[in-house]
Design a protein around this ligand. Structure first.
Ligand SMILES: C[S@@+](CC[C@H](N)C(=O)[O-])C[C@H]1O[C@@H](n2cnc3c(N)ncnc32)[C@H](O)[C@@H]1O
Length: 242
């Protein structure tokens, strides 16, 4: 109740957004370098092998939407190096302020604004400590409605995406990710959704809703189930037919 009154007062004087930003900025740093959902690593392993065996990994880009502490992002690069893949670039997209405000179709679920906050400097520190190659690694910071644009695709000269991890929990985020990804899907792309069964596994919520809508609007793509992992994730091979 007290919280509600404070929020109301801040909104009435136009300071609610600034207060939210400050709160996120001073959240204690999350200093443990560990996977958020360990089973995602199994899916990444299978996905990268699938791409590599078909010659799809070389000359392509790995895109991860929802980096958090960067463990999966780091792991994918370490795995690629171990597999002898030389020309794969790594792009991680995140606010580094955690989840955005929960609105519209994402309300009433298990996710909260600001969850999974890890500051960019901490992510960079983890990645440097564990030896990423910064020449082929890029962190794209900001809210997706501002960063997932044609200008970003052009700035980084993004190439065909062979493996994509969508780990940003919400319908509103996954929808923007898929729109951004659309021109980057080549002949085939492995897309892993880490939060497929969130929102009580309802088809018309969360990442499932975003993917269903994406396939509906883009009939040029077909999606073949590839892997289910950890009871929460699902991956597909998405093929472009024309
Ligand atoms: C579950 S965490 C990612 C975990 C990470 N892939 C791993 O394996 O450790 C979800 C991330 O998505 C990011 N995120 C979700 N929606 C976003 C949006 N609209 N804009 C920017 N970042 C977003 C959050 O900041 C958070 O770091």
């Amino acid at each position: 109740m007290a919280n509600l009154l404070v929020r109301k007062a801040l909104r009435s004087i136009g300071l609610l957004e600034s207060a939210r930003t400050l709160k996120r900025r001073f959240r204690p740093a999350d200093r443990v370098f560990a996977p958020c959902t360990p089973h995602l690593l199994i899916a990444v392993n299978k996905g990268l092998r699938w791409c590599s065996e078909r010659g799809l990994a070389e000359g392509s880009d790995y895109l991860e939407f929802g980096v958090y502490r960067g463990f999966t992002f780091w792991y994918t690069q370490a795995l690629a190096a171990d597999m002898g893949i030389r020309d794969l670039r790594f792009f991680g997209f995140d606010s580094f302020f955690g989840l955005p405000r929960i609105e519209g179709p994402d309300t009433g679920g298990e996710f909260q604004e600001g969850a999974y906050t890890c500051a960019r400097r901490d992510v960079e520190m983890f990645l440097t400590t564990y030896g990423v190659d910064w020449d082929k690694t890029h962190l794209v910071e900001g809210w997706y409605d501002e960063t997932l644009t044609r200008a970003t695709r052009q700035r980084y000269q993004l190439r065909r995406c062979s493996l994509c991890v969508i780990d940003c929990d919400l319908y509103s985020s996954a929808r923007l990710v898929l729109e951004f990804l659309e021109p980057l899907v080549g002949e085939a792309c492995v897309i892993l959704f880490d939060d497929w069964t969130s929102f009580e596994n309802q088809e018309m919520r969360g990442e499932q809703k975003a993917f269903t809508e994406f396939l509906h609007v883009n009939p040029k793509f077909t999606a073949e189930p590839f892997i289910e992992f950890g009871g929460h994730g699902k991956g597909f091979i998405v093929r472009r037919s024309v």
